[in-house]
Design a protein. Sequence first.
Length: 298
Amino acid sequence: MSFRPWQEADVAEIVKLCNAHDSAIDSEFEDSSEEEIREELTGFFDEVFAEVYEEDGVITDLVSAQVDHKRKRVEIDVFGLPSKHDYDRSMQHALTWIKKNYPDYEVRSHCNDKDLKLRKAITDAGLHLVRKYWTMRNYQPDRKYPKLPKNVNIRRADFENEKATWHFLLMDSFSDHYGFQKKTFHDWLSKQEEAVLQDENGVFFLEENGLPVGFLVCTNHRSENQGGFIDKLGVRKNFRGRGYGELLLKWGCAYSVERGFKDVALGVDTGNETGAVALYEKSGFKAANVWLAFSDSE
């Protein structure tokens, strides 16, 4: 009975463990795909510490610590079988690794707001609540693409040849968002090329008089659940207040319906000062899951 590094032969069992953990806490939670769990195991940012706890041949716990050198922080994620787990043990295991390898980095973690036991383990480990996020869902997305003003065009990006424009729009649109760190084109592209759930047809640019001023990224994160997912949507700071965010949002919904998806989801920081929550609610999105973010130093 001990922690050990995960192995390829464990993946199917780990996927079941993670989904069992989340579904037992929140009935609105959708199962994660194998591709999503693999991202958890192989790293979202830089290196990752990912180990399982095995007892009598059964994996009861998974703990990961995702290292983000750009932000100088490590984020802990914990999963456990509903019938048998030890969140405190997993948190301490990750903290021991972080203290040894990245003692000067900020430590972060998160959990579903309904997961009271994991929340207690996180706060008992010395972290405190700093942010709240929602997963929002539109159960009746409009199938019609929005009518555009005469000087506005939304077009599909050339996935292979317009990544520099995509990067520029992302860096400009998100520069004032909480916790956002700008990346060079090279650093951004190296991670983007690892995105296994990317939809190459799902990147769109909004242009005003031929100038790209906004972007939309739809991915395959919910395709196994017959749902669309808007991964990112942004408008350059100097072009906000013109209704472009709403046009892009409606475009993403219509595109998802066109693909045959039954509904559309997205994630949002409830403290976002750009008015994103109000926009999404106005467009028919409702909170489906609430996530809490914790830090030891912020």
